[in-house]
Write a protein that binds this ligand. Structure first.
Ligand SMILES: [Zn+2]
Length: 413
């Protein structure tokens, strides 16, 4: 399908400011929109009476290929789940497995309106190529872990430096980054090297931090500091560092995140499913002026990569935990989940879940978050990667079969 400006007529549009507009709109390649006068040169005109156009979702923490582990190790808490279910099967991972898992994950994200993923997993070149094929944006953070038997942390760091220093850039949509797994699976030298490398190449640094109470108490026992304090003490954190979870952090640690310009990624479904007993406190993070983002985590600890559903869960858990129904209202929840997206999606307005629209469409935004609907189109940089409910870049039926066969052969045999 052609790349360029598209005209959508007789429709509704909600941009990042959450205002509902009606009319004919042009969606441009650079991610901007304008009102159409009807005569502009476009690659496609879409009669969009039954659609609402919105910004797409941004998934700031995931492990895409862990779709392979979905519904695997059910009922186990995090550390047991990792040690008994996940780490043993990850020893047999191959690039082919990661390719199928990443494409399946990307297909799920596209079908639910997500156009960006901050990923952390093994075989970063394979992940990058799979995202490239899917047409969505990604930060591909190479997983680094000292207890990993796929390749050790030293080899992982050498490999990622090779990718980062390569002159060739395959696409403007894909960037490489570094993902030291956690303070309990990387020693101090690995953490420091990862951070130094991210500063040298000005790339994303992503880590799991303060996900469980055990991680926090173990860290205090060993270092006399809590995890974020410890990371700060070794100069790990810098502008843009991604700290996933942050469910067990002190106010002092929040101030450290804020001072360093690090992001905290809320992953409320994963925290609940793995019985972490704590999830990020949005109001406290906001008070400390920490940049908070939203992510699904891997499908293995969520069972879904649907950011609409994650946005609903985030809003509900924050209201519930703080006994305050005004926290994360629809506008703020929407901004958290779409976070300056440059891309567009359209929803099927005929979907019964989105009714009633209310006077002037006033109920549409809350309904999009709390009730959900079907995604008809997805536009990234002028490319239509989904049209009329069918993803154009990945054959969903074929990738589903490949995923099924792989899981039967390797995981369930
Ligand atoms: Zn994770």
């Amino acid at each position: 399908m052609d790349c360029g400006t598209r005209r959508l007529t007789k429709t509704r549009l909600i941009d990042s400011d959450c205002r509902l507009l009606s009319g004919d709109f042009l969606l441009h390649e650079d991610g901007s929109y304008s009102i159409s006068k009807g005569h502009e040169d476009v690659v496609e005109e879409i009669s969009a009476e039954n659609r609402i156009i919105t910004r797409s979702f941004q998934n700031w923490h995931t492990h895409s290929a862990m779709v392979l582990n979905k519904s695997f190790g059910e009922g186990l808490p995090l550390m047991e789940w990792l040690e008994r279910a996940i780490f043993p099967v990850e020893k047999g991972l191959t690039p082919e497995f990661v390719k199928i898992g990443t494409l399946a994950a990307a297909a799920e994200m596209i079908s639910s309106g997500t156009t960006f993923a901050c990923d952390m997993y093994f075989f970063p070149e394979t992940i990058a190529n799979s995202y490239l094929e899917s047409g969505i944006r990604a930060k591909v953070c190479a997983a680094v872990s000292d207890n990993d038997e796929i390749y050790d942390s030293k080899s992982a760091l050498i490999n990622i430096e090779k990718l980062l220093s390569s002159e060739q850039k395959s696409s403007d949509l894909i960037e490489f980054g570094i993902g030291p797994h956690s303070i309990y699976s990387c020693d101090e030298e690995t953490l420091i090297k990862s951070s130094e490398l991210s500063k040298k190449y000005d790339c994303t640094l992503s880590i799991h931090a303060s996900e469980t109470r055990k991680e926090v108490t173990d860290c205090y026992e060993i270092h006399g500091m809590y995890p974020i304090e410890y990371l700060d003490s070794i100069d790990f954190l810098s502008e843009g560092t991604i700290c996933a979870h942050c469910g067990w952090v002190t106010k002092k640690e929040m101030r450290i995140l804020s001072r360093n310009g690090a992001h905290a990624v809320h992953c409320p479904t994963s925290n609940q499913k793995l019985a972490c007993g704590g999830t990020l406190s949005y109001p406290a993070m906001k008070d400390a002026e920490v940049s908070v983002l939203l992510g699904t985590d891997g499908a293995a600890s969520n069972n879904s990569l649907d950011m609409r559903s994650e946005a609903k869960t985030a809003s509900l858990i924050q209201k519930h935990d703080h006994w305050d129904a005004s926290i994360l209202n629809p506008e703020e929840t929407w901004k958290l989940a779409t976070n300056n997206s440059k891309d567009w999606i359209t929803w099927d307005l005929d979907d019964i879940r989105l009714r009633p629209w209310g006077e002037g469409g006033s109920r549409l935004l809350p309904n999009l978050i709390y009730s959900g609907g079907d995604i008809l189109d997805v536009f990234v940089s002028g490319n239509a990667i989904r049209r009329n409910g069918i993803t154009q870049t990945i054959n969903e039926r074929e990738i589903s079969e490949e995923l099924e066969n792989l899981v039967k052969d390797y995981y369930d045999s």
